[in-house]
Design a protein around this ligand. Sequence first.
Ligand SMILES: [Zn+2]
Length: 313
Amino acid sequence: MALTIGVDIGGTKVAAGVVDEDGQIVAKLLRPTPADNPDQVAHTIGEAILELAEGREIEAVGLGAAGFVDETRSIVRFAPNLAWREEPLQKKVSDMVGLPVVVENDANAMAWGEARFGAGRGETHLVCVTVGTGIGGGLVFEGSLYRGRWGMGAELGHMQVVPEGRRCGCGNLGCWEQYASGSALVNEARRIAETDPGRATTLLKIAGTPEEIEGQEITDAARQGDPAALAAFASIGQWLGQGMADLAAVLDPGCFILGGGVSRAADLWIDEARESFATRLSGRGHRPLADIRPAELGAAAGLVGAADLARRR
Ligand SMILES: [Zn+2]
């Protein structure tokens, strides 16, 4: 069976795995990311690939990178969390390992992994929304990944959903990820705990002070019925539903797959997201409702997707 290697390059760790044609990971290893040095990042990736390729016949390698990847799938133009600027990652790694290499945006790789082997199996038109610190996205239409003209498509988190809204890390105002991401969840819970501590007694008992509230504390408190934590999740759900309704107006997908850290607590917001989506959808009542589902592959989606995209290079 033909094997490829997928690599998921994050800000803190590099996860590399050998993947078969059914999307099964047959071997895997993790390395810390030397985030401030591009040459060392490429070297770390190359070493991980060589170690995994030892004694195996590997067809190709797919790298999932958190950054803007050019349309030739070779160069990372810019990465917010790594020191990549016009980084020729494809060439550096392929020179080192002697195998065909493609570079993909990490959220695109994740979307592809879910589309092929996860929650999107059998769907021809799907939108994957990765809800973590920010919001990433991937679009799969008619069985192909949609990358855009310059490879920069599907940056869903930077749709400007609120005119003159909250300042985003990208420099614009009112981006979706300022309202519907893991960071937005934390900000909302902290805001309620500060302004209305009576609603956040369990949350504050778990976290200590409002500033110490993080995602895990909000999840734990919500499961114990804390009103502030539940309200923060409800807010995320509503904003996710609103953004998905906008996306459906343009893209008309058969389903949305919600991945990333926030999706691990999907039961706490998904009903809200579905309801918000259904009440805001353009043409509602006269069209089928796209299904909204949590992702299935968890942290492995990017690695598995990158490996499968390498097979289809
Ligand atoms: Zn933005």
